[in-house]
Design a protein around this ligand. Structure first.
Ligand SMILES: Nc1ncnc2c1ncn2[C@@H]1O[C@H](COP(=O)(O)OP(=O)(O)OP(=O)(O)O)[C@@H](O)[C@H]1O
Length: 365
């Protein structure tokens, strides 16, 4: 289904970014396909999608580094489609820090301010404030080479926010950091964004990253927005098979809808809410692994018998693969609760009954 921007939260007339029919083709290949998108002021918005789906190309057009083939770009209500990059009220943070090695941290951060003709005292004050914000006030006299990867990226961030642009574009800025530092930086980045109130448009292929930081996420696929909404919305209510599979893990059971059930195969017909469906339609039922219960089932649940094909212990959780029909295996994720003993876990070959609440079986066309 094409994007439904603004569905989860309408940015209104005061939008920070408005894209209309934004299109880019390279040698006849359309990599960004008539994108319509509105981002509200102060939003932390992520474009999430696999490599090659057109995220960076979209960002480059908004920054002004690449001309759209068609469509318009507004920033803060102003049409900037033909405005050169340095005249747009937009800054970009890249994956590579792009710092000047021969300048110290303070000068790297203040570089753009001096070029804009801001007087020395005011520039020094703003640089100090930006460095305070990214917690690098004590490293102001260091050269980039003396800093860690995470610290360098914080310098790049300070440089990008020091002149308080309306919009900050971030293209996989944490990709070069190791996992632990990356998680820490995600929290910091979100806190900084809240504090400065600048609209962030963040590009990533990492769903955890997008989920943990964003007010809204647009899932991109082949140059199109598949779905747009809050993290909770896109996770709980995916509207396409691609979206369901790209964010988190989803069990997909393809089948044919008939009389309130999706017939997956002989012996497996899953009751669903049939709203808007017609008999004979090909659909898939998607159920998240953590929404499936293996014990304490209730009458309100959809119940399916199965046989455990594999079980793996992950510390906080145990993951089971359960065969429910020939060729249909569901993944189930169970919390290892304090009261559970090792012998309570199911082992390979066990006959089980799976259950989930009807509303957790999402029907996808
Ligand atoms: N200058 C260019 N000339 C030709 N093709 C290009 C150019 N820039 C990008 N492309 C193509 O456009 C498509 C989208 O690329 P883009 O970099 O926007 O994707 P992406 O979603 O940001 O992926 P990644 O996460 O790998 O950066 C790719 O198929 C890419 O090869």
């Amino acid at each position: 289904m094409p994007g439904q921007p603004g569905e989860a939260r309408s940015p209104g007339p005061e939008s920070a970014v408005r894209l209309r029919g934004l299109t880019k083709t390279f040698g006849g290949q359309t990599v960004v396909d008539a994108l319509d998108l509105e981002i509200g002021r102060g939003e932390f918005f992520s474009l999430l999608g696999p490599s090659g789906c057109g995220k960076t190309t979209t960002l480059r057009m908004i920054a002004g580094f690449s001309d759209p083939t068609a469509g318009t770009i507004e920033v803060g209500g102003e049409d900037v489609t033909s405005v050169p990059p340095h005249r747009r009220d937009v800054n970009t943070v890249f994956q590579s820090y792009a710092l000047f090695d021969h300048l110290d941290v303070r000068r790297n951060v203040g570089f753009g301010l001096r070029r804009k003709g801001i007087d020395r005292g005011e520039a020094d004050r703003r640089v100090a404030e930006a460095l305070e914000l990214v917690q690098l006030a004590d490293r102001a006299r260091d050269r980039p080479a003396q800093l860690s990867g995470g610290q360098r990226q914080r310098v790049a961030l300070a440089r990008a926010i020091v002149n308080r642009p309306q919009l900050l574009l971030l293209d996989e800025p944490l990709a070069a950091l190791d996992l632990k530092l990356r998680r820490a930086m995600q929290l910091e980045l979100k806190a900084i964004q809240r504090e400065v109130g600048i609209t962030f448009l963040f590009v990533t292929h990492d769903q955890d990253e997008a989920m943990s930081m964003s007010d809204r996420i647009a899932i991109m696929h082949d140059g199109l927005i598949e779905q747009c909404g809050t993290p909770e919305d896109v996770y709980e209510n995916p509207t396409s098979v691609f979206a369901a599979g790209f964010i988190g893990t989803s069990n997909l059971m393809p089948g044919t809808y008939r009389a309130g059930r999706v017939h997956v195969c002989d012996g497996l017909a899953v009751p669903v809410s049939g709203e808007g469906l017609v008999d004979g339609e090909s659909v898939s039922v998607a159920v998240r692994p953590e929404k499936i219960w293996l014990s304490e089932l209730t009458d309100a649940m959809v119940r399916v018998p199965g046989r455990v094909a594999a079980s793996s212990y992950h510390g906080a959780t145990t993951q089971y693969l359960v065969d429910v029909a020939p060729g249909v295996t569901l993944t189930v994720l169970e919390q290892n609760l304090p009261r559970m003993r090792p012998e309570d876990r199911w082992t390979k070959g066990a006959q089980v009954e799976l259950g989930w609440l009807p509303e957790h079986g999402v029907v996808l066309r």
